[in-house]
Design a protein around this ligand. Structure first.
Ligand code: NAD
Length: 364
């Protein structure tokens, strides 16, 4: 029986190797007059090229940092206002996309970005959003979510105005991602898919995206890491997009709830922080539904699937124990902040602070 569900997506998706070439025509067909490009330093040269070759691009903000800061949003909003721009284009990983999404929502707001960060509600979009992911991981090109930090304070905001109007998923742009980043962003995408599948908010359509995302990611991740070839990169870009389509509605759960204190206190990048507890949650969330999923993916059990994740983490050189991490270990704080995070409510099983502490203790 199919339970009732809701699924909606306001984003036009253009997928294909080399599709970035269609950007000028796309901006034109969407009536864009002036567009601010947002990227990180790795894409500063590409950004400068696009400024020269794409008539609609009027300015570039190329200083997005990983765990993007509110100051980057403020700089982008200043450029949007200064140029009277009607669109923002993000070229980069989740950090560039989240900066652009937040800035677009602030562009015509009566409130400053800082006031929004402190809780002023968003009312609508002040600029169209074009998102071009360059990592295969976050799925931020199809979500109504933006994750912005002020100092160490990292906040996730959900708002319909954060959905990009258009995304171009061009796997060619991911060919330069270094192996370690390929593995952590790929495991981020895997976590989106499996958490969307086991989220209490899952539905028939998000399940469909989640299951296919898991299959595609398991097929291509190791190759993308080891060889970085075109086929594997294309597979990962597709898998990450599908995972985004799954969690954009179903949301994420326990691993993501734990990732926030892990990033804050132990300075793990987002994908590595999600992967840190991924195999633990697969074992702890195991039930008959997850068992069938593991079997449909070719594993004898949830434990075998969790073992495969642990193996991929080892292959990729990810930190798997607190003894390998920076920062002072405070298991009580980690467990209580993870338990209190709103995403933990989406987890299929509710774990007490004591149970989460035991999970972290086993990872010392
Ligand atoms: P990122 O955007 O922070 O980039 C990581 C590093 O990879 C950077 O140094 C960047 O310069 C480099 N990089 C990016 N593309 C490259 C390429 N093609 N070649 C070489 N280097 C490249 O990493 P990310 O994992 O894509 O994004 C993480 C951020 O996204 C976190 O802040 C996380 O919280 C957020 N996030 C957002 C959503 C959402 O729905 N909005 C979902 C998941 C994660």
């Amino acid at each position: 029986m199919i339970d009732a569900f809701t699924y909606s997506l306001p984003t036009e998706i253009i997928f294909g190797f080399g599709k970035l070439a269609e950007l000028p025509a796309l901006l034109e067909s969407h009536g864009v007059q002036k567009c601010v490009l947002v990227c990180d330093r790795f894409f500063a040269k590409k950004g400068a090229e696009l400024l020269k070759t794409t008539a609609q691009i009027c300015a570039v903000f190329d200083d997005v940092e990983p765990n993007p800061q509110l100051s980057g949003v403020e700089a982008t909003v200043r450029l949007l206002k200064e140029h009277g721009a009607d669109a923002v284009l993000a070229l980069g990983g989740g950090s560039a996309m989240d900066t652009a999404k937040y800035a677009a929502a602030c562009a015509k707001s009566e409130h400053s970005p800082a006031a929004h960060f402190e809780g002023a509600p968003f009312s609508g979009k002040g600029a169209k959003i074009f998102a071009v992911p360059t990592t295969a991981g976050t799925g931020a090109e199809v979500t109504g979510v933006s994750v912005i930090s002020r100092g160490d304070e990292k906040k996730t905001t959900h708002h319909p105005s954060f959905y990009p109007d258009v995304c171009i998923v061009d796997p060619e742009l991911t060919m330069t991602v270094p192996p370690f980043t390929t593995m952590i962003t790929g495991l981020d995408a895997f976590t989106h898919a499996i958490e969307a599948f086991w989220s209490v908010r899952h539905g028939a359509v998000s399940d469909l995206f989640a299951k296919e995302a898991l299959r595609v990611i398991l097929t291509h991740l190791e190759n993308a890491y080891r060889t970085g070839d075109r086929d594997a990169r294309t597979g990962m870009a597709y898998g990450s997009l599908l995972a985004g389509l799954a969690f954009s509605v179903a949301k994420t759960a326990g691993c993501h709830a734990c990732s926030y204190p892990l990033s804050m206190y132990h300075h793990l990048p987002h994908g590595e922080a999600c992967a840190f507890t991924l195999d633990s949650f697969i074992r702890m969330n195991a039930d008959s539904r997850l068992q069938s999923l593991a079997q449909s993916l070719g594993f004898a059990s949830c434990d075998a699937l969790a073992d495969e994740i642990a193996r991929l983490k080892t292959v990729g050189g990810l930190r798997m124990r607190f003894s390998q991490c920076e920062g002072e270990l405070d298991l009580d704080r980690l467990a209580s902040e993870s338990e209190a995070h709103m995403l933990m409510r989406n987890n299929p099983k509710q774990f007490s602070v004591q149970e989460l502490k035991a999970m972290f203790e086993a990872l010392q």
